[in-house]
Design a protein around this ligand. Structure first.
Ligand SMILES: *Cc1c(COP(=O)(O)O)cnc(C)c1O
Length: 242
C-alpha cells in the first residue's frame, strides 16, 4: 500500500495557478481512491470523497466546485453558516457534511444547513436532532461517531454504547442512519482502529463507514470506508492563525 506517499506530499503551490492546482489535487485524490478501490476489489463509486473545507474560504472552495466536487465537510456550524449559503446559491446540488462535535443547542442550525451529521455521539444529541428535524421537515443522515481509541479529549461514544445509539437513531423516523464514524488516535497506525470500526459496523448491521483522512484514506478504503474525509490533500495545509 502506498499510504505515506499520497499526492499531498507533492506540493509547493504557485500562486498563479492556484485554481488549476486545486483541480489537479482533486483529480489526484480521486485517481488514488479509484486505484485503491481496485486493489481492494471494491467499486470506486461505493466510496464518497468528502472535501473537508474547514478554515478555507469561498475563494479556495470554488475551484473544487467548478471541478465538479459536490460533497463538502465542515467541523463548525457557525463557520459553515458564514460560508455555505452563498456557495449553495450558486451550486444548489452541494451536499454538506458536519464532521465536528455538535452541541445540542446548535442542533437546529446544523439540521437546517447540513445533509449529513457524522458526529452523533450521545442520546441527548439524538433527541435534539429529532426535534430539529421535525421542526424543519428535514431528514438528516447520521453517522454514530465512536471514540475508537478511547481518548478522553475526543468526541464519539464509548464502544460499549454503540448498540444503544444505533438503535436510537434507527427507530427515529426523522433520522436516517448511514453508519459509523471515527477519528483514530494521531501518530499511530490507523489500520487496527479502522478494522475495529468495520467490525462494530458488522455487529450492528450497518453498512456506512466514515473513516480515513488525508494521511490514511487509502488504508481506510482497504478496510471498507464508504466515506473518506479529506482536507489537506485537497486544499493544502490549514492556517489557524488567520
Ligand atoms: C479536519 C478533519 C478531517 C480532514 O483532515 P485532513 O488531515 O486535513 O485530511 C477529517 N475529519 C475530521 C473529523 C476533521 O476534523
Amino acid at each position: 500500500m502506498e499510504s505515506g506517499h499520497g499526492p499531498f506530499y507533492i506540493g509547493v503551490m504557485t500562486s498563479t495557478s492556484a485554481d488549476n492546482d486545486a483541480a489537479n489535487r482533486l483529480a489526484d485524490v480521486q485517481a488514488d481512491i479509484d486505484k485503491t478501490a481496485g486493489m481492494a476489489g471494491r467499486h470506486a463509486e461505493a466510496i464518497s470523497l468528502i472535501a473537508i473545507s474547514k478554515t478555507h474560504d469561498a475563494d479556495a472552495i470554488r475551484p473544487l466546485l467548478e471541478a465538479g466536487q459536490r460533497h463538502f465537510g465542515e467541523n463548525r456550524v457557525q463557520e459553515a453558516q458564514e460560508k455555505w449559503p452563498a456557495l449553495k446559491a450558486d451550486y444548489p446540488d452541494v451536499v454538506l457534511h458536519l464532521v465536528g462535535q455538535l452541541q445540542s443547542n446548535k442542533a437546529a442550525d446544523a439540521v437546517a444547513l447540513f445533509d449529513f451529521i457524522h458526529s452523533v455521539d450521545r442520546p441527548s444529541l439524538v433527541t435534539g436532532l429529532v426535534k430539529a428535524a421535525q421542526k424543519l421537515g428535514r431528514e438528516p443522515v447520521c453517522f454514530v461517531q465512536v471514540n475508537i481509541g478511547d481518548e478522553p479529549q475526543k468526541g464519539g461514544c464509548a464502544i460499549a454504547d454503540v448498540p444503544e445509539l444505533v438503535a436510537m437513531v434507527r427507530k427515529s423516523p426523522e433520522l436516517s442512519l448511514a453508519g459509523l464514524m471515527c477519528v483514530p488516535p494521531a501518530n499511530v497506525e490507523a489500520a487496527p482502529y479502522f478494522a475495529l470500526l468495520a467490525k462494530l459496523a458488522r455487529e450492528n448491521d450497518v453498512t456506512g463507514l466514515s473513516m480515513g483522512m488525508s494521511g490514511d484514506y487509502e488504508t481506510a478504503i482497504m478496510l471498507g470506508a464508504t466515506h473518506v474525509r479529506v482536507g489537506t490533500a485537497l486544499f493544502g495545509s490549514r492556517d489557524y492563525s488567520a
